[in-house]
Design a protein around this ligand. Structure first.
Ligand code: 13P
Length: 254
């Protein structure tokens, strides 16, 4: 059985003081965490201070974005190694908000993924998911397969390299309503089968985890806990409150 993981994406929702206050509350809440993995992705600027707060706790740090170059004339960007130096062990790659607002495409996401894997110290969380129009016109399965092919095609993974695929249907993000767990599980099965095609079943199973994201709360989390192809969750809004996030995590990680 794979270790369950719950990832918090704080997006650009908290200032420095709010981030540090919330990090302190999280550290306290999760002081008895033994199994599973909890990852918090604050804003870039908060990462070093949040890292200090999490010292001695089992909570891991992630970033919300990364540059596809290691070094060079990339004004305003942050490299994979800079993230590891700041204490990150995870990084979200290709979140739909970056695809929509920053015009990131899967070619860029593929390059970012390669750069992240090259560090050997960062685990990428690659986001995929269809928009409402694609769902309405029954193109979800095709979209997911295509996004996986574009982001992962041609990669060969070393023994120690792991990738998390986050299925986030764009229309469910921030909507207040998650999709039906059975629908998430169906999409995860498509993802699993595509990974089998791309890498073979052994690598697909040993090197990949699949998580769901989109309006998860303590009220709906139970439906997502015991699904066969679901290894965890990527949580936005519900991760901005320590009590609420704790309830979500406790439902997933026993
Ligand atoms: P919400 O949980 O707020 O819908 O956000 C999900 C998300 O985008 C996590 O990356």
């Amino acid at each position: 059985m794979k270790e369950k993981i719950v990832i918090a994406n704080w997006k650009m929702k908290l200032g420095q003081k709010e981030s540090l206050d919330l990090a302190k509350q999280m550290k306290d809440k999760f002081k008895d965490l033994k199994n599973g993995q909890v990852v918090i992705c604050p804003s870039f600027l908060s990462i070093p201070e949040v890292k200090k707060i999490f010292k001695g706790s089992k909570i891991k740090l992630g970033a919300q974005n990364v540059c596809s170059n290691e070094n060079g004339a990339n004004t305003g960007e942050i490299s994979p190694t800079m993230l590891t130096e700041a204490g990150c062990e995870y990084v979200i790659v290709g979140h739909s908000e970056r695809r929509n607002y920053m015009l990131e495409n899967y070619e860029m996401i593929h390059l970012k993924l390669k750069a992240v894997l090259n560090t050997d110290k960062l685990m990428p969380i690659v986001c995929i998911g269809e928009n409402f129009e694609e769902r309405k016109t029954d193109r979800r399965d095709f979209v997911l397969v295509h996004q996986l092919q574009q982001s992962l095609g041609g990669l060969s993974l070393l023994q120690n390299q792991r990738i998390i695929i986050a299925y986030e249907p764009i229309w469910a993000i921030g909507s207040g309503t998650a999709i039906e767990p059975a629908e998430a599980e169906y999409a995860h099965k498509i993802i699993k089968l595509t990974l089998n095609d791309l890498f073979g079943p052994q690598i697909a199973s040993d090197h990949f985890s699949i998580v769901y994201g989109g309006s998860i709360t303590s009220k709906n989390v139970k439906g997502f806990v015991n699904l066969e192809n679901t290894d965890g969750l990527l949580v936005g809004g519900a991760s901005l409150n320590a009590d609420e996030f704790f309830k979500v995590v406790k439902a997933v990680i026993k």
